[in-house]
Design a protein around this ligand. Structure first.
Ligand code: A3P
Length: 295
């Protein structure tokens, strides 16, 4: 990676009103005109909402619970990240064009930046949301690990940026609300991290139903076990340990960090929590969208 690329990797720019990694939006045409296939399955999330977890669940479903097949490659190659562009590597779109159907596609795009093709082709779309406070904490640690994101500074500063919606992918509120609205006109499966934590089997059954797939109870149990935090953390095809330290530094914190609902309580001060709750009430006024910050 060249110096000017590193510089660009660190930049977040406003793209059509959304703060986005400069790298990813430099050449937007391939994303904007992305050609969906009717059997594509899209997994959309705000960063840190459980993308990797549900990616692994989906790949296991599509491989009938065959563990060996799910070890064929890393999670970021099995479920490519559509809008990512890293210098010297194939872009997410390039990867996806070469992938055999049915494709599993990861994206963090807010609803208004989604390529039209997915709606036209009537693709299955799963959205996973996680409560704003745990996402803030998880995103803070992630910023410390990832070379391509700006240095988050201390927690207090990062939390302010997050609340102001100036972090990469913008406001958590806009993201979860935008996708929630879309669900009223398009059959999106809208899931919650906290529900998955509480009862993974129940939630995986919802996914199966939505995808019009059936699996035996035995296979279902196998998927629940294999995609548990404990097992996935040790799975090198899912824990991002295959990425070199200079791109994703896991020396201080692992990508599979805690995997809990309610860890925010160990990081928010009383004052921060109060300010957050005030903003939350304002921002979520009038929406039927409801989150749990603990289970
Ligand atoms: P924490 O930082 O709170 O631990 P994403 O994949 O969207 O980047 O989200 C990463 C978050 O999901 C991290 O949260 C990670 O630990 C958590 N996660 C990953 N796999 C998980 C699993 N199997 N069960 C629960 N949480 C998981």
């Amino acid at each position: 990676i060249k110096d000017e690329d590193i510089e660009m990797l660190h930049s977040v720019v406003s793209f059509r009103g959304v703060p986005m990694a400069k790298m990813n939006v430099e050449n937007w045409e391939p994303v904007e005109y992305f050609q969906a296939r009717h059997d594509d399955v899209v997994l959309a999330t705000y960063p840190k909402a459980g993308t990797t977890w549900v990616s692994e669940i989906l790949d296991m479903i599509y491989n009938g619970g065959d563990l060996e097949k799910c070890q064929r490659d890393t999670i970021y190659n099995r479920v490519p990240y559509m809008e990512i562009r890293i210098p010297g590597m194939p872009s997410g779109v390039d990867q996806l064009e070469l992938l055999a159907s049915p494709r599993l596609i990861k994206t963090h795009l807010p609803i208004q930046l989604m390529p039209e093709s997915f709606w036209e082709k009537k693709c299955k779309v799963i959205y996973v949301a996680r409560n704003a406070k745990d996402v803030a904490v998880s995103y803070f640690f992630f910023h410390q690990m990832v070379k391509a994101l700006p240095d988050p500074g201390p927690w207090d500063k990062f939390l302010a940026d997050y609340m102001n919606g100036t972090v990469s992918y913008g406001s958590w509120y806009d993201h979860v609300k935008g996708w929630w609205e879309k669900r009223k006109q398009y059959g999106i499966l809208y899931l919650f991290y906290e529900d998955l934590k509480e009862d993974p089997k129940r939630e995986i059954k919802k996914i199966l139903h939505y995808l019009e797939k059936e699996l035996s109870d035995e296979v279902l149990e196998k998927i629940v076990h294999h995609t548990s935090f404990q097992v996935m953390s040790k799975n090198d095809m899912a824990n991002y340990k295959t990425i070199p330290n200079d791109i994703l530094n896991q020396t201080n914190t692992a990508f599979m960090r805690k995997g809990e609902a309610g860890d925010w309580k160990n990081h928010f001060t009383v004052a921060q929590n109060e300010a957050f709750d005030n903003q939350y009430q304002e921002q979520m006024l009038g929406t039927s969208l409801h989150f749990r910050t603990a289970i």
